[in-house]
Design a protein around this ligand. Structure first.
Ligand code: AMP
Length: 114
């Protein structure tokens, strides 16, 4: 996806505060953080959303969660807890059409989400 903003971040064409990178996923700080720690973990392969997940994506999906856990440790939010969120489609309020996992912490979150 040439014009996908998150694909461009993966390729290094747009600046981002990257905190983790490997062959399957990239993690970078959200540009408009909703919490003291707010990192997005995204697949390198372009998937619009969880609707597009295929069998071949299972290793990447496992990596996505593991890296979220590593990032939470690195950012010092693991002990008190954090919120992992994937927004999908219109009703999920997904704004960027490249699958991403929000890792948010450093404050208390409510439930249910608004
Ligand atoms: P969502 O509503 O789940 O699609 O969230 C998209 C997230 O991407 C929002 O929290 C945005 O602040 C974030 N975002 C959009 N553009 C950028 C960017 N260039 N760098 C970092 N985060 C971004």
């Amino acid at each position: 996806m040439d014009d996908c903003i998150f694909c461009r971040i993966v390729r290094g064409e747009i600046p981002a505060d990257v905190v983790y990178r490997d062959e399957l996923v990239t993690a970078f700080r959200d540009i408009e953080p909703m919490a003291p720690v707010h990192v997005l973990v995204i697949p390198v392969r372009h998937l619009q959303s969880t609707r597009d997940v295929e069998l071949r994506d299972e290793p990447m999906l496992g990596r996505l969660l593991r890296v979220a856990s590593v990032v939470a440790q690195q950012e010092g939010i693991a002990d008190l807890g954090y919120r992992l969120t994937i927004n999908t489609g219109r009703d999920g309020n997904q704004l960027v059409p490249h699958l991403h996992l929000h890792v948010m912490g450093g404050r208390m979150f409510g439930w249910p989400p608004g």
